[in-house]
Write a protein that binds this ligand. Structure first.
Ligand SMILES: C[S@@+](CC[C@H](N)C(=O)[O-])C[C@H]1O[C@@H](n2cnc3c(N)ncnc32)[C@H](O)[C@@H]1O
Length: 197
């Protein structure tokens, strides 16, 4: 009995250590987005997919955390349901999303960096994220490189943090306590890019 308790406590300590280490390394905790933010993001994604009329687009969630937002996006009305791929580096949220969230058809989670997702985007795909300034800088650099060598036009929707070097096509302010911003970017080879500071 005592050994079982020691095992449980050791497992809890390992989980906490893993979460703390990933938060320190990535500079962002796996904080889930709120239900109203998810509803707004899903509405923006659905509008974008309908406007693009693109065949079989993919939605990439950059930093999928516990998988709740990706699962919400995979539940969009059948006619608009695309393939949804969540990318997450932190082990504990990744395992939880694989075990509990990967149920909807077309929804998959990957333990890869967000830059791996950007290397895979094709024209008409949609990128969704809720990250931090450092990771937004990395996305900006990766998108610039992608636009350079194999030009693609994609949409990026970001909760709370702007994409350095790009001008948003649309900005919404969420009616929540923190009045967070939701940015939509139309990232294309013709997009005038502002120099990175
Ligand atoms: C604020 S949480 C957002 C969770 C989820 N997107 C949501 O809206 O509920 C940000 C997540 O991004 C992950 N993350 C940060 N940088 C990453 C990177 N470079 N590659 C993959 N995941 C990353 C973190 O581990 C964290 O789980």
């Amino acid at each position: 009995m005592v050994l079982a308790w020691i095992g449980v406590i050791a497992a809890l300590c390992l989980i906490l250590l893993s979460l703390a280490h990933a938060t320190w390394r990535l500079q962002i905790a796996p904080t889930p987005s709120s239900p109203d933010a998810r509803a707004r993001i899903a509405a923006l994604v659905a509008t974008q997919l309908a406007a693009d009329g693109c065949d079989a687009p993919t939605i990439f969630e950059l930093g999928a955390g516990w998988g709740g937002l990706a699962a919400r996006l995979a539940r969009m009305p059948a006619s608009a349901t695309p393939c949804v791929r969540g990318y997450e580096r932190s082990v504990v949220p990744y395992v939880v999303s694989r075990v509990f969230r990967q149920r909807a058809p077309g929804l998959t989670f990957h333990r890869h960096d967000i830059t791996d997702a950007i290397a895979e985007v094709r024209a008409g795909d949609v990128l969704v994220c809720y990250l931090c300034p450092e990771q937004m800088r990395r996305i900006s650099a990766a998108l610039r490189a992608r636009l350079g060598d194999d030009p693609v036009a994609v949409t990026l929707i970001s909760l709370s943090f702007a994409l350095p070097g790009f001008s948003p096509a649309e900005t919404q302010i969420l009616p929540s306590l923190y009045r967070a911003r939701l940015y939509r970017y139309a990232v294309s080879p013709g997009e005038p890019q502002v120099p990175l500071s």
